[in-house]
Design a protein. Structure first.
Length: 280
C-alpha cells in the first residue's frame, strides 16, 4: 500500500472582509496540525473568529531561509502543512513561494486553497483591459531600481498592477507618471473593507486629487498598458536622478537646488537623489 504523500496547502485569507473565507479553507485550517503564518498574531485573530485552535508557527521573509527547511523536515515526518499570509494568496508578495519551491523539490504535493486576491479584485473592477495583464506588486525602495522596473514595462501592452502603501502613494504615482506618461488608471483602496473606494481617471487627475487629500489605507494601482502612443508629460525630464539633476544644473541651477528639484520632479526623496549622485 502506497504511503500518503504530504501536502503543502497554500491558503488564501481575507484581504479585508472576513466573510470572504471559503468553507473549504475554514475546514482545512481546523483539520491540519500546523499552520505556517506570516504573522502569528494576525492569523490567530482570524482563527479565533472561526473558532479554530490549530497550532501556529512563524514563517516570514526574515526567517524563511532557516524556517523553510524546518517545515520541510516536519512534512517529511508525514504531516500536511498549511501556509497563510497576512492577507490574500500566499506566494504573492510574501515568502510563500519560497516554501512552495522547497516542497516541490522535496517531492511533496503543493495545492491551493483559493480565495481573495487584492490585485485581481482591483483589476476586474478597474474598467481597464482584463484580457492581458502583468503583476508588478510593490516597486523597489530605491529610486534607481524603481526607474529600472518601470522602464522595463514601459512599452508593455498589458494592463499593469501595482501594490502600494499610503505613505509611498504620492511618490509612486509621480514615478509612474514620469516614466509611463499620463495613462488611464484605477486605484482600489481598502478593498472589501468598510471604506472601500475606487478612483478612476488619468494619472494626472489622480495625482492632483492627492495633492489635496492624504492617502489612507492600502492601495492597488491598475494602469492601462502601452497603446503605441506616448502620452505627453508636463516636463520631458530624464527619469534617472543623476541625469535629471544634470539637466537642471545645465539650466543654471546650483547643485543643491537641482537636487531638490530633481526629487520633486521624480517624486522621490532628496536622500535617493543624493545616493544616486554618489553612484558611479
Amino acid at each position: 500500500m502506497n504511503e500518503k504523500i504530504p501536502t503543502l496547502y497554500l491558503c488564501a485569507t481575507p484581504i479585508g472582509n472576513l466573510e470572504d473565507m471559503t468553507y473549504r479553507a475554514v475546514r482545512m485550517l481546523g483539520e491540519v496540525e500546523l499552520i505556517a503564518a506570516e504573522d502569528t498574531r494576525h492569523t490567530r485573530q482570524l482563527l479565533t473568529h472561526f473558532d479554530i485552535h490549530t497550532k501556529l508557527t512563524s514563517y516570514h521573509e526574515h526567517n524563511k531561509l532557516t524556517k523553510g527547511p524546518e517545515l520541510i523536515a516536519y512534512m517529511q515526518e508525514g504531516h500536511d502543512l498549511i501556509c497563510v499570509s497576512d492577507a490574500g494568496l500566499p506566494g504573492i508578495c510574501d515568502p510563500g513561494s519560497h516554501l512552495a519551491q522547497l516542497a516541490i523539490e522535496a517531492g511533496f504535493k503543493v495545492t491551493p486553497l483559493p480565495g481573495a486576491n487584492a490585485g485581481l479584485s482591483a483589476l476586474i473592477c478597474s474598467g481597464l483591459d482584463t484580457t492581458r495583464f502583468t503583476f508588478i506588486g510593490f516597486l523597489p525602495k530605491t529610486a534607481k531600481k524603481q526607474q529600472e522596473i518601470l522602464a522595463s514595462v514601459q512599452n508593455y501592452p498589458e494592463t499593469l498592477i501595482f501594490y502600494e502603501a499610503p505613505h509611498h502613494l504620492k511618490a509612486t504615482l509621480k514615478a509612474l507618471y514620469n516614466v509611463l506618461g499620463d495613462r488611464q488608471v484605477a486605484l482600489g483602496r481598502e478593498l472589501t473593507k468598510k471604506f472601500e473606494e475606487f478612483q478612476r481617471g488619468s494619472l494626472g487627475q489622480i495625482m492632483a486629487h492627492y495633492e489635496e487629500n492624504d492617502p489612507r489605507g492600502e492601495y492597488v494601482i491598475v494602469v492601462a498598458g502601452f497603446d503605441g502612443e506616448v502620452a505627453a508629460v508636463a516636463d520631458t525630464l530624464p527619469t534617472d536622478p543623476k541625469e535629471c539633476c544634470a539637466q537642471f544644473i545645465a539650466q543654471g541651477m546650483d547643485k543643491k537646488t537641482a537636487m531638490r528639484e530633481t526629487a520633486k520632479a521624480l517624486g522621490i526623496s532628496r536622500r535617493d537623489v543624493y545616493q544616486a549622485m554618489l553612484e558611479d
